[in-house]
Design a protein around this ligand. Sequence first.
Ligand SMILES: O=C(O)CCC(=O)C(=O)O
Length: 230
Amino acid sequence: MTSAINTDGILGRRGLRTGVEWSTPAAARACAAQLIAEHRTRHQEILRNPHLSAEWARATVRAPQLLAAVQDAIGPDVAVENTFLVMKWPHRAFEIPWHQDGIDARVELDPNRSVSAWLAISDATLDNGCLHAVFGSHHFGYLPFSSEADNGAERGRADQATGFTADATTALPLRAGTALLINNRLLHRSGTNTGDGARVGLNIRYVAPGGIRRRDLQSPSPDPVTGTGW
Ligand SMILES: O=C(O)CCC(=O)C(=O)O
């Protein structure tokens, strides 16, 4: 198996790979229906690290086709650094601002030894809050992270640095059961769900050995999935 590291970094010029099938659409939608039923009453929007506590998520991060795509990007030894389930309820304002997955107040990941996957558990559409990304924005490295200025201001800075304009933003609707792989420096966001049904998506941050440059002491240890180098 070859790793796709080159001068563009992993995942090439766009910094993104589409069309990874991790489940059948029917099985993914059934999983989404269960999560929606479980969390509808309180309109829970975020579940952190479900792969450590819920069997469906433990199995999902190990889905064979997903794992093969991840290994193709970062090599054979893979652990899960973090998972983040986002449920967007219809007509409830909830946006995830522009950000890069590999850097936050808690962690910085080596962009050549880590990759994020975003899985559509339900269908993700233009109406219900699919991801939007700026292809190629990973070339300009990590932006200075600030928990307050993680959206418009930083995006503006990326625009200046790169010549990107709002037109360079691409919407990424996805069918349930498919996934995107994202270079961890790629700028992306998602908007409010203005559709009629809930949207459910799972973000998974995978790392190869040595892929974590900095993390805080409260973080759970990476959860090994393949390999022995952990
Ligand atoms: O699920 C979403 O709407 C966005 C999630 C995301 O971008 C992330 O977790 O990094």
